[in-house]
Design a binder for this molecule. Sequence first.
Ligand SMILES: [Cu+2]
Length: 505
Amino acid sequence: MWTRRNVLQSLGAGAGLVAVPAPIRRALAAAEPDLVLRLTAQRAELPLWPGAKTAVLRYFGQVLHGRADGLKPSPGYLGPTLELRRGERVRIEFRNRLAEPSIIHWHGMIVPETADGHPRFAVGPGGEYVYEFTVRNPAGTYLYHPHPHGRTGAQVYWGLAGLVIVREAEERAYGLPGPEHELSLVIQDRRVDDDQFVLKRMMMDDMNGVLGDTVLVNGAPDAAFMVTPRPWRLRLANVSNARIYKLAWSDGRPLRVIATDNGLLSAGEGVQTRPYVVLGPFERVELLEDFGERRPGAEITLLSGEFADVGMMDMMGGMMGRGMGGMMSGMMGPAQGKEMTLARFTVAAAARTPRETLRLPPSEAPPQGRHELYTRLAFRHMQGFLNGRRFEMEAVADDERLPLGEGTVWTFANDGGGMAMPHPMHIHGVRFRILERSRGDAPADLREGLVDAGFKDTFLIFPGERVRVLVAPTEPGLFMYHCHNLEHEDGGMMRNCRFGTGPSA
Ligand SMILES: [Cu+2]
């Protein structure tokens, strides 16, 4: 139940009850939510490799009220998967049992300002925070992870993250495989030494972001799945601090993309078939994969294909000579673009189940882009800048304000000088369309795998690129936009944005 204490907490320190905004007052007056969950962040140990226990941080979950299947346990160190239904009213009680401040952000979810997990709402050790929201997002694959300022990278790295899957009844009518024929793959890389995760060894990690030599899927190494020869829905999420994956099948078959970050592609867009799919940190993609097209007993690997390093490693190698570059590479794990095995699939010997006809949902009419914003990205002196600025907890500039309910064309340009590197940009509290990506600037060996269709909440922007997105916020308040390379984010490549009118700060 709401108490005076947690209302105050969810509004930020210092707000009196008189300041409780109307939507919160309505929520307080409303009936019990459909689903009440508790997530507790705490230290844990689990046997990821034989004969040893790996120290992690982990979300533990409990259903306090409502559907028992609202949480699904994860086999590895990840938090439980939140299985939500569109339209459902949800309350989530977060308990921080870490030794440092934390707060949860529901990545990709369109929730009220006070439920978004802005770092100003972080609670200290022993603290609690109560989230209330109605599930507005369409069926899709979303995420949750910590968002305290300066500590997001470390907390995610040690294991704090989980999936949010939103379902709706209409999905069966689309001809998609049902929940019993879907698999989620949360892809992460870690540096592992003596069965323990190792975080940050040098300054370079703040520039490149932390890159690992070991891939974990769903919080465990050596992912392997047995699949029946039929269509499967695969939900792929990149929850790595910094690594970009070039997803491909080892047998060279193309990937059939049916959804991007914020739900299914529309009938107008259709299935996007690609030889490989590029997935930046915290982007998601859903594939419709017909394993019936392979022979029974076939073994296929989902891998990350090779591409020219888009990070700093090559440049440092060039500056210091190959030996130095090589040595640093050895200490830091493989650079961006090294081939890696992600997961193995074995096709069971069974009768093939044919595909259903896919009927993707109708297109939504886009809002008109009545307003324009422009943000220039730069990375200089080890720090990321957005229009020359860095994160300040309450600050919003004039070029960070978007009107509610109307379209804004927001142009991001990765040409602000300094280190040339890709940045996965994320905007909280909205889903948006990518209108345009400047031609010829994405690396030639990644270009074909960029899927800019559908509704997005995170997108990669390569050096020299300009990407124009169309945003129409629906939730008023102070939200944020930032680079989702977690080391860049923690280093201050993050800013507030305000939706609707509100005070300057
Ligand atoms: Cu960045």
